[in-house]
Design a protein around this ligand. Structure first.
Ligand SMILES: CC(C)(COP(=O)(O)OP(=O)(O)OC[C@H]1O[C@@H](n2cnc3c(N)ncnc32)[C@H](O)[C@@H]1OP(=O)(O)O)[C@@H](O)C(=O)NCCC(=O)NCCS
Length: 182
């Protein structure tokens, strides 16, 4: 269950990751949106919480998608600057695909700035392909959005490749990935 503190941390991460986004996403409203699903990455507890009764969790990244007519529309993937290049973005995308599959989605789609090489590289790695462009979609700099799609999440070739990618991620980064509940 997402809480108000989670919305605040997500807003903080979004400000860092999408500084020109106007208006900023209202995450509290997103939590009430029945179509929206969010996954968060938390750092190991290291800072004692104010009450001293537990340990504060620090959100380092999140990903979200809307489930519409069997399609997962990925709306955000973001990792705090200080935590990038450690496999967290990839973990979030892998978990997003797993969760989309658990909801029986058969496709995943997203939009990404044409200049966003980091994100394009991540999505290409997971098999997303360019489907088209929305010209001058981003009003801050008139940049195009590239529409990317993973056409068939359930096809045997994708499932095999996806499992290999997750295994490689777990080995390389020392993550423990549990089998998804389907
Ligand atoms: C895109 C983003 C989520 C990647 O997160 P990350 O935790 O740094 O990424 P990872 O360490 O998991 O890297 C996974 C893959 O992403 C790509 N990637 C990440 N950073 C990259 C960089 N600086 N240059 C090129 N490719 C990069 C690579 O394909 C990488 O795979 P590899 O390690 O095998 O090369 C992060 O850069 C971010 O939050 N950016 C700002 C928000 C954003 O643009 N989100 C996407 C909106 S559509």
């Amino acid at each position: 269950m997402m809480r108000q503190e989670d919305a605040l941390q997500m807003a903080e991460i979004a400000l860092e990751a999408f500084p020109t986004m106007q208006p900023p996403t209202n995450y509290q409203r997103e939590f009430r949106n029945p179509l929206a699903h969010y996954i968060v990455a938390l750092d190991r507890p290291s800072i004692p919480s104010a009450g001293g009764s537990g340990l504060a969790l620090y959100m380092v990244g999140y990903a979200g998608f809307w489930l519409l007519a069997g399609e997962a529309h990925i709306v955000d993937v973001a990792v705090r600057d200080a935590y990038r290049r450690q496999g967290i973005g990839e973990l979030l995308i892998a978990c997003t695909i797993d969760l989309a599959l658990a909801f029986n989605a058969s496709q995943a789609t997203l939009e990404v700035r044409a200049s966003n090489q980091q994100a394009l590289s991540l999505y290409n790695k997971y098999g997303f392909q360019e489907q088209g462009r929305r010209r001058r979609y981003y009003v801050d700099n008139n940049e195009d959005a590239i529409i990317m799609t993973l056409e068939d999440l359930k096809c045997a070739d994708f499932v095999k490749r996806f499992e290999e990618l997750k295994k490689a991620l777990a080995v390389r980064r020392g993550f423990t990935l549990y089998p998804p509940v389907r």
